[in-house]
Design a protein around this ligand. Structure first.
Ligand SMILES: Cc1cc2nc3c(=O)[nH]c(=O)nc-3n(C[C@H](O)[C@H](O)[C@H](O)COP(=O)(O)OP(=O)(O)OC[C@H]3O[C@@H](n4cnc5c(N)ncnc54)[C@H](O)[C@@H]3O)c2cc1C
Length: 303
């Protein structure tokens, strides 16, 4: 209760206090920060997916500026020889304002990434966006079959059907690519599973379907039980290395991450950066309220 209460009030604290918590999870405000962190991860045999922070914009001018930031990021990433790809949140490009504008911005970003033979992952946002993001993915996949992938969330009751509904896009030569995660947004009970075991059961059901159907998957979790169950499924289906990788968020469970790398599996870390770190941070904070009490202790008790 105490931790939850602190997590609820922390977003109203001055930003510089929140930054004390956030710097564990965010590489910094600039592209240079993202490059520094990415190179460090690469040196530990970890690939990255880089995200420019910024969601739920209010104007299409912001969408244009966000696109430009990604285009610059892509050039700089390959100039720096970073082993990475990119993650985008469609609402940052105007999905909820004008979906055509959003589609064209995301196409420009994918085209730029494709010019380096790279890849763009479309993050999945809250359930207001699910249909729109699936539709967007279908469209971009049509134009750039090997350069785009989608995130799916195991906590949504609809997800298994969404995955099976996209299998017409899967082929042996160009497999579909999903990132499978639990889901981070607070969704109504009518459409989402709430219990930890229930979410995990559906996560593994989705994962097994992907392995059986030779769909590429980024297994995005820090949950040790899921990681171990994924190992079992990988062994059961003899899944080749090119059809899966593990994924984690920057700053979360580095020991588990290292153990996965040491087991010889591919690991990719989500590296967020940007001036708009505040919204991202407070979401992470609500997700893990225990962190919040550590911050409070650090600020008020340890001075
Ligand atoms: C690479 C990647 C991309 C993602 N993209 C999306 C997306 O597009 N859309 C979306 O809805 N969600 C996304 N998520 C978030 C995801 O949905 C979960 O909310 C998040 O990963 C926590 O779930 P978990 O599987 O790690 O399990 P949990 O049961 O939540 O966590 C397992 C353990 O991991 C540790 N842990 C987890 N989170 C934290 C944290 N923030 N700080 C410290 N420790 C932590 C704790 O020890 C916890 O006990 C992404 C996650 C990853 C790893």
């Amino acid at each position: 209760m105490f931790n939850k209460l602190i997590a609820a009030i922390l977003p109203y604290f001055p930003k510089k206090f929140i930054w004390i918590f956030s710097r564990t999870y965010i590489s910094g405000e600039t592209i240079d920060d993202a490059m520094r962190v990415s190179k460090d991860l690469n040196s530990k045999k970890i690939k990255v997916t880089i995200d420019v922070l910024g969601e739920f914009i209010k104007t299409l001018e912001e969408a244009e500026a966000n696109k430009q930031e990604y285009l610059d990021l892509i050039d700089v990433t390959f100039k720096n020889d970073v082993d990475g790809n990119f993650s985008v949140k469609p609402t940052s490009f105007g999905l909820l304002i004008d979906k055509e504008v959003c589609y064209h911005h995301i196409m420009d970003i994918i085209a730029k990434a494709a010019s380096y033979n790279s890849f763009v992952r479309i993050d999945m946002e809250d359930s207001l966006c699910t249909d729109l993001e699936i539709e967007l993915f279908r469209r971009v996949k049509n134009d750039f079959p090997s350069n785009a992938g989608l995130v799916v969330q195991a906590y949504l009751k609809r997800t298994y059907n969404d995955i099976t509904g996209l299998t017409d896009l899967n082929s042996d030569s160009i497999p579909l690519s999903f990132r499978l995660c639990k889901g981070i947004y607070v969704e109504p009970e009518a459409i989402s599973y709430k219990k930890h075991e229930e979410i995990n059961r559906h996560f593994l059901e989705d994962l097994e379907f992907m392995f059986k159907n030779k769909i590429h998957v980024g297994i995005a979790t820090h949950d040790k039980i899921l990681v171990e169950s994924a190992y079992d499924l990988i062994a059961k289906y003899n899944v080749p290395k090119h059809l899966y990788e593990f994924q984690m968020l920057y700053g979360v469970t580095p020991k588990l991450r290292e153990s996965i790398v040491n087991e010889g599996h591919t690991m990719r870390v989500y590296v967020p950066f940007g001036k708009q770190w505040f919204g991202y941070s407070t979401r992470r904070l609500k997700e893990n309220p225990k962190m919040a009490s550590h911050i409070i202790k650090a600020i008020f008790i340890k001075g």
